[in-house]
Design a protein around this ligand. Structure first.
Ligand SMILES: Cc1cc2nc3c(=O)[nH]c(=O)nc-3n(C[C@H](O)[C@H](O)[C@H](O)COP(=O)(O)OP(=O)(O)OC[C@H]3O[C@@H](n4cnc5c(N)ncnc54)[C@H](O)[C@@H]3O)c2cc1C
Ligand SMILES: *[C@@H]1O[C@H](CO)[C@@H](O)[C@H](O)[C@H]1NC(C)=O
Ligand SMILES: *[C@@H]1O[C@H](CO)[C@@H](O)[C@H](O)[C@H]1NC(C)=O
Ligand SMILES: *[C@@H]1O[C@H](CO)[C@@H](O)[C@H](O)[C@H]1NC(C)=O
Ligand SMILES: *[C@@H]1O[C@H](CO)[C@@H](O)[C@H](O)[C@H]1NC(C)=O
Length: 496
């Protein structure tokens, strides 16, 4: 039952919602915090998402210059009842860096671009305005490396908040596995440094679900000596029928579990539209972070079980040069970033119940037929999280909030609108949903597959379970402890 005090505060809230826009602008201006508001000349570009399937209208996009300013912004958001979200690289698949809906206060971190490297200690402090390309370049020049994805423009803020997979991850883990401390502004405006010893429960939650718990201003990470040489490889098979394609995938799935593959082998199976109806094309691409002379001893036992390749390609260089190669030739992020108009889904396959042969065949059959005629462009990446000797799976499932330590593949299903511009066609949703269904409805019985929260999907109904598994319950109680007013609120924030 509502008491009179609560009733009054509800009335005050309703009344104040008529004048909040003026309050917000006034509050931020009085603190001299740079911001862009609806109607400002800067607003259209400031609020433009990477994925043009979305067009959200934040209440303000702020550009704090100090941690103290971030603290003030969070307090203003709390007082004036705005959801507050961080934006690092802005590459959320569903524009969660803009709030994932209208009306958020965005904390843009572009003024937080420092990277401090201590090669002797093997550590670095990385502010969250950095993009992966800047980090790889700075560490590479110092002879160090960090596991992370390959696209230079992806921001470290979101990437490290939810995972961070790259070809070095079987060797070094996910990005979030390298974090030793998180510097964060909490919901009450307090600036905290979370570690194994200080707020250990918060430190746990920040490694897998950071955005629900605070605005991370920097992460302290351990770095690795860059391998002196590495090779980016690709083995390709063009225009296969569904049966042959399914056999390649099934063989690879078995190979990585049975053979003693070394941790310095990382990779993914890529699937593409085939040249004619009834076909698909496949590649096995990855990184080999050791002398190329030793690659064949690991790969040839696999190739002997597969049809002859149509093509192969190998790029050998220093670790930094392999990162540049994966980044499309350059790690530079000074030019403006591009956009896409897309819908993506993901599926993480558990090690103890691999994809069944029936599921793999249903999937390749769907791609060879519906995939050929689809109105959307598409690709699929089956990223290798598991297999023997994987550093990702060496971490205990309970050690961080990342919930999928015992996966073989993290599969990304990605589809783009024709010419990559809006509108995204409705047939694309049906195509991708049917594709994932072809696997899950033929998978092992009661299959407890997961989904990757960095490939975030606005149509995934049971996202709490798929992203977080049983970790969701602990996250929920920590949310009640650290953000009881739900200030860090977006469509897939920890909530109930
Ligand atoms: C082209 C492309 C390539 C990709 N490649 C890979 C890959 O190889 N491997 C991989 O694992 N993933 C990959 N991803 C997925 C990527 O990791 C996620 O989209 C990631 O969340 C993007 O982070 P961001 O900072 O750029 O995005 P943003 O939109 O800025 O943020 C994403 C989410 O994190 C939150 N967030 C951002 N910064 C902070 C912060 N400082 N504190 C708290 N919360 C924060 C935001 O509020 C939002 O909810 C790729 C994505 C794209 C678009
Ligand atoms: C407000 O910020 C601007 C730009 O950063 C700066 O030049 C100015 O001195 C600041 N004013 C005050 C009162 O702090
Ligand atoms: C698929 O291709 C393989 C190899 O070319 C061939 O042997 C097989 O008969 C084909 N299967 C079907 C169903 O067409
Ligand atoms: C690896 O094996 C392939 C055949 O599978 C051969 O063509 C290539 O020369 C070998 N590479 C090295 C470095 O031995
Ligand atoms: C803010 O929240 C943190 C975490 O719950 C707590 O430790 C701290 O004391 C709070 N600070 C204030 C000023 O209430």
């Amino acid at each position: 039952m509502l008491g009179i005090i609560q009733l009054l505060s509800v009335l005050v809230l309703v009344a104040s919602s008529f004048c909040v826009a003026a309050d917000l602008r006034g509050s931020l201006n009085s603190l001299n915090i740079t911001a862009s508001f609806p109607g400002d000349a800067t607003y259209a570009s400031a609020s433009s998402p990477f994925n043009l399937r979305f067009a959200f209208q934040p209440a303000a996009i702020t550009y704090p210059k100090t941690v103290e300013e971030i603290s003030e912004i969070v307090k203003i958001g709390g007082e004036e009842k705005y959801p507050v979200v961080a934006r690092s690289g802005g590459h959320s698949y569903i524009a969660n860096g803009l709030g994932g809906r209208d009306g958020a206060v965005v904390v843009d971190l572009s003024n937080f671009g420092d990277i401090t490297i201590d090669s002797a200690k093997g550590s670095a402090v990385i502010q969250t305005g950095n993009r992966l390309g800047d980090i790889a370049a700075a560490l590479g020049k110092a002879g160090r490396g960090l596991p992370h994805g390959s696209c230079p423009y992806v921001g470290i803020g979101g990437h490290a908040a939810f995972g961070g997979f790259g070809f070095a991850s079987r060797m070094w883990g996910l990005t979030l596995d390298t974090i030793t401390a998180v510097n964060v502004v909490l919901a009450n405006g307090t600036v905290a440094r979370a570690t194994d010893h200080n707020h250990p429960d918060l430190f746990w939650a920040l490694r897998g679900s950071a955005s629900s718990f605070g605005i991370v201003t920097s992460i302290e990470v351990k770095t690795f000596p860059a391998p002196p040489t590495g090779t980016i490889f690709q083995y390709s098979w063009d225009g296969l029928n569904a049966t042959t394609a399914s056999q390649i995938i099934a063989t690879l799935q078995r190979f990585v579990q049975v053979n003693d593959i070394p941790p310095h082998l990382g990779g993914e199976i890529n699937l593409f539209r085939g040249p004619v109806l009834g076909t698909i094309s496949i590649s096995f691409a990855g990184g080999w972070y050791a002398p190329i002379e030793n690659l064949n001893a690991t790969i040839n036992p696999l190739l002997r079980q597969l049809p002859p390749t149509s093509r192969t390609s190998f790029f050998t260089g220093t670790y930094l040069e392999t990162a540049e190669n994966l980044g499309g030739g350059s790690l530079d992020t000074s030019a403006p970033d591009g956009h896409d108009t897309f819908y993506a889904k993901s599926l993480m396959t558990p090690e103890n119940s691999p994809m069944s042969d029936a599921a793999i065949l249903a999937y390749t059959t769907y791609l060879a037929n519906q995939g050929f005629t689809a109105e959307v462009g598409w690709f699929i990446q089956m990223e290798l999280y598991g297999g023997r000797n994987s550093a990702i799976n060496a971490v205990a499932p309970e050690a961080t909030a990342f919930a999928h330590r015992r996966s073989i593949f993290s599969i990304q299903f990605y589809s783009s609108a024709p010419n990559n511009v809006p509108p995204y066609p409705p047939s694309g949703f049906a195509f991708l949903d049917g594709l994932v269904d072809s696997i899950t409805s033929n998978g092992p019985k009661n299959w407890d597959y997961g989904a990757y929260p960095n490939y975030i999907d606005d149509k995934l109904v049971d996202w709490r379970r798929r992203y977080y598994g049983t970790h969701y319950f602990r996250l929920r109680s920590l949310k009640a402890k650290y953000d009881p007013m739900n200030i860090f609120d977006f469509p897939t924030s920890i909530d109930e």
